[in-house]
Design a protein around this ligand. Structure first.
Ligand code: SF4
Ligand code: SF4
Length: 243
């Protein structure tokens, strides 16, 4: 696989030097001019601190796009029009949503590419991205990709993102051109609008209408993580007829 010049593969125990803290001269330089795609779990976590409803969060912070060849829409964090295209969550003291920052922000300067093979096996690669503005490579600290991910609390992000990947890269999705507007609405509802989805799942006719086991429906309503997991399975059944 061919990578851009500033991207190198990080294999196994291969280490890189890195440190990031408020004392670096480039502090928060990486929080501007970003094309930051948000996964459903990113949105679940990011909504926690502002305490916004899904609809308010999406209206305020999200840019939605769907290219000609995309069968699913993509959601991005909208940057602020401040002349520097800053992230809406960056302040003079750093990230204002640090505990719930998106997976890509946690992982930086490492990137993880996960995918499913044609026979459904999961594969992953790690890469190191060196950008000129980032001075963190001169700081002490030595990590392999897995050590860095552990250090940045990425386990739950990877786990949930991999569950979403099983929907996005579903074998049947490879043979589809488009979903109907109603199917796209269900996709956004179950993955990104969790409080509206909770209301929908709570409805008395949901279990009968979608032939959902009552125990599964009740378990989904325990918390947003359970609801998101339930939503992924429900969408696979709805969009791909998965049993
Ligand atoms: S969410 Fe936080 S870490 Fe990520 S770009 Fe915004 S301010 Fe930076
Ligand atoms: S540019 Fe690099 S070192 Fe500087 S704040 Fe961002 S991640 Fe940290």
């Amino acid at each position: 696989m061919q990578f851009p010049e500033n991207v190198t593969r990080l294999c196994g125990a291969k280490k890189f030097s890195f440190g990031c803290h408020a004392g670096v001269d480039c502090f928060t330089e990486c929080c501007r001019e970003l094309e930051l795609a948000l996964t459903p779990y990113d949105v679940l976590r990011l909504r926690k601190k502002p305490g916004l409803s899904s609809a308010d969060f999406i209206n305020r912070y999200i840019v939605q796009e769907q290219e000609e060849n995309d069968i699913f829409p993509r959601l991005y964090l909208g940057m602020v029009d401040d002349g520097r295209a800053s992230c809406p969550f960056v302040g003079s003291a750093g990230c204002m949503v640090y505990e719930d920052r998106p997976g890509a922000c946690r992982a930086y300067p490492v990137g993880r590419g996960a995918s499913l093979t044609a026979d459904g096996r999961q594969q992953e690669i790690y890469v190191l991205v060196r950008e000129n503005h980032c001075l963190g490579f001169d700081e002490p600290g030595s990590y392999s990709a897995k050590e860095w991910f552990h250090n940045q609390g990425l386990a739950e992000y990877n786990q949930m993102n991999d569950e979403v990947m099983s929907l996005l890269q579903h074998a049947q999705a490879r043979h589809l051109d488009r979903f109907s507007p109603e199917q796209i609405d269900f996709f956004l509802l179950a993955l990104y609008k969790l409080d509206e989805f909770r209301h929908f799942v709570s409805g008395t006719d949901f279990a009968a209408r979608f032939k959902v086991d009552e125990k599964d429906r009740q378990a989904a309503l325990v918390d947003e993580e359970s609801l998101l997991r339930f939503g992924i399975c429900w969408l696979k059944k709805l969009l791909f007829d998965e049993g």
